[in-house]
Structures are given as structure tokens and as C-alpha cells.
Design a protein around this ligand. Structure first.
Ligand code: BJW
Ligand code: ZN
Length: 240
């Protein structure tokens, strides 16, 4: 199975990769769902919606500040680096990395311009004016953080439930999966839309699908290859 999948990867002239929280699990960053997932201890509707932020911005900011602290101490692993090596083999026109992750580990590993469907935890946005900026401090002082332009309340630069994805990024992701001959789906439960919709879209136009996930997901039965293994172990073997 590994040999056949490797052949597909070698032969494909364009590969799209869709990653989710599971690729960062071996870096020590909790996933959302599943054992130890963030949603086991917190209700998403209490923390990751515009309504939750309007109701209790301090609670939501405390949660993001806690996660920023964990992410700041995490390092990319062999799986992230294997994707960087694949990108350099395939070249600019042969590879697109699409991620649902907000942690920035792909950038820190060396991936060039990943398409970030759900934003970036290190970016802040003003709730009043159009200003957005990068702030790499895990701890804010003053707390909660304020806009440097107009002093209004800042919010995390991420996409919450009920919010639209960044339109240009989304269009590029759709183009990539329809243009690609192969999509690698790594470490995502494939339940959050519209990101999860990229996989049926790819299949619809004949793109082959390889899934890397220790658990079954709603797409597992319909993919060409499903490797039930952690990304940090499997990707270096698959992409060597
Ligand atoms: C490993 C591993 C290892 C473990 N190696 N793997 C169509 C149908 C139904 C609902 C909707 C729909 N369209 C829209 C919706 C509503 C909603 C939605 O999808 N809800 C579903 C949950 C039912 N979607 C939205 O609201 C989206 N907006 C939108 O559609 O706008 C238009 C619209 C508006 C209003 C109404 C209708 C349409 C926005 C979604 C935003 C998601 N935001 C979050 C938070 C981001 C900020 C933050 O980080 O705080 O994004 S939620 C959370 O889930 C986060 C993730 O990016 C996202 C996906 O999770 P992911 O990455 O898959 O992680 P997990 O934890 O679920 O899975 C980890 C996997 O890894 C597991 O499978 C493990 O087995 C595996 N794993 N170790 C490899 N070592
Ligand atoms: Zn402002």
C-alpha cells in the first residue's frame, strides 16, 4: 500500500495537501475533537463564535491566550518538515498547502504561503476599525488587548463558527483541489465545513485522495488510501 501511494505521489504533477489539528498533535498542541480534544472540556459555542465573544470577551481571550502559550512552546515535527521537502521537490506550481490550523507551525517549518482557511492565532483584528496586526506575545498587557489605532477591543484573527472564510484564500483552495491530481488529507476529522467540502469536490473531478489519520473519519471509506498512523511517523515514510 505504501509503495502504491508513493508512486502516486511521485507521478502527480500537482499535489494539494489539506491539514487539520491532528498534524500538530505530536507537537503537543491539543486537537479539537477526540480524546484530549479541546471541545471535550469546552463547548465551542461558548468560545468560538462571534456571539460568545460579544457575551464574554474576557473568557474567550483567556482561552486564546492559554492556547497561544501552548503553541509558542511547540515545535514543528518530522511531518511538517516532510511537507516542506515535498514542496521543494514539486516546485511552486506543483504543490499547494491548505491548512485549517491557526498555529503557524507550517510557516515555522518552512512551508511557503500555506492557505490558512481559518485564519491565524498570532493575528489580531480590531472590532471597530479595519486594522489588523501581528502580535507574537503569549501574554497581553493590558488584557484584553486593544487596537493600537483606535483603542477599541481587539479580537483573534481566526474564523469562528458562523463566520465566512477569507474569500480569496477559499477560492485558491478550491482551484488547487480541482487542479491537483492528488490530495493528501492529514489530521482532520473532516466534519467542519466548508473545509471538509474540499474533499468531495476533489473526488468529483477525479482527484485521488490519500488520508493520514489514526482514526476513521466520514471520508475514510471513500478515499483511495487511508493510512491509520500518526502524521509525524507516517509522512516521512510516505514522502521520502
Ligand atoms: C491525528 C493525529 C496525528 C489526532 N496524526 N492525525 C455545512 C454542513 C453542516 C454545517 C455547516 C455547513 N457549512 C457551514 C456549516 C457550519 C459550520 C460547521 O461546519 N459546523 C459543523 C461542525 C457541523 N461551519 C462554519 O460555521 C464555517 N463558516 C461558514 O460556513 O460560513 C458560511 C456560513 C455561515 C453561517 C451559516 C452557514 C454558512 C466556519 C468554520 C470555522 C471553524 N473554526 C474553528 C476554530 C478556529 C479558530 C481556533 O482555532 O480557535 O476551526 S472550529 C475547529 O474545527 C477549528 C479547526 O480548524 C476546525 C477543524 O477541526 P480539525 O482540524 O479537523 O480538528 P479535529 O480536532 O476535529 O480533528 C483532529 C483529527 O486529527 C482527528 O480526526 C484525529 O483522529 C486526528 N489526529 N492525532 C494525524 N498524530
Ligand atoms: Zn481599531
Amino acid at each position: 500500500m505504501l509503495t502504491d501511494a508513493r508512486k502516486l505521489i511521485q507521478q502527480a504533477s500537482h499535489i494539494a495537501v489539506l491539514t487539520g489539528a491532528g498534524i500538530s498533535a505530536e507537537s503537543g498542541i491539543p486537537t479539537f475533537r477526540g480524546p484530549g480534544g479541546l471541545w471535550r472540556n469546552f463547548r465551542p459555542e461558548d468560545l468560538a463564535t462571534p456571539e460568545a465573544f460579544a457575551r464574554d470577551p474576557i473568557l474567550v481571550w483567556e482561552w486564546y491566550q492559554w492556547r497561544r502559550g501552548i503553541i509558542a512552546h511547540a515545535e514543528p515535527h518530522a511531518g511538517h518538515f516532510a511537507l516542506v521537502a515535498l514542496e521543494s521537490r514539486k516546485g511552486r506550481t506543483g504543490f499547494t498547502l491548505i491548512t485549517q490550523n491557526v498555529d503557524g507551525l507550517h510557516d515555522r517549518a518552512g512551508s511557503s504561503a500555506p492557505l490558512k482557511l481559518h485564519g491565524d492565532i498570532w493575528t489580531l483584528r480590531c472590532t471597530c476599525c479595519a486594522h489588523s496586526w501581528v502580535d507574537l506575545r503569549p501574554d497581553f498587557n493590558p488584557f484584553p488587548p486593544a487596537c493600537p489605532e483606535c483603542q477599541s477591543l481587539a479580537r483573534p484573527g481566526v474564523v469562528w463558527f458562523g463566520e465566512s472564510l477569507p474569500q480569496d484564500t477559499w477560492r485558491l483552495a478550491e482551484q488547487a483541489v480541482t487542479f491537483a491530481e492528488l490530495i493528501l488529507v492529514i489530521g482532520t476529522s473532516s466534519v467542519v465545513f466548508p473545509a471538509a467540502g474540499l474533499i468531495p469536490l476533489a473526488r468529483h473531478v477525479g482527484t485521488k485522495v490519500i488520508e493520514v489519520n489514526p482514526e476513521e473519519t466520514p471520508i475514510s471509506d471513500s478515499v483511495d488510501f487511508h493510512f491509520r498512523a500518526p502524521a509525524g511517523e507516517l509522512l516521512p515514510l510516505l514522502l521520502e
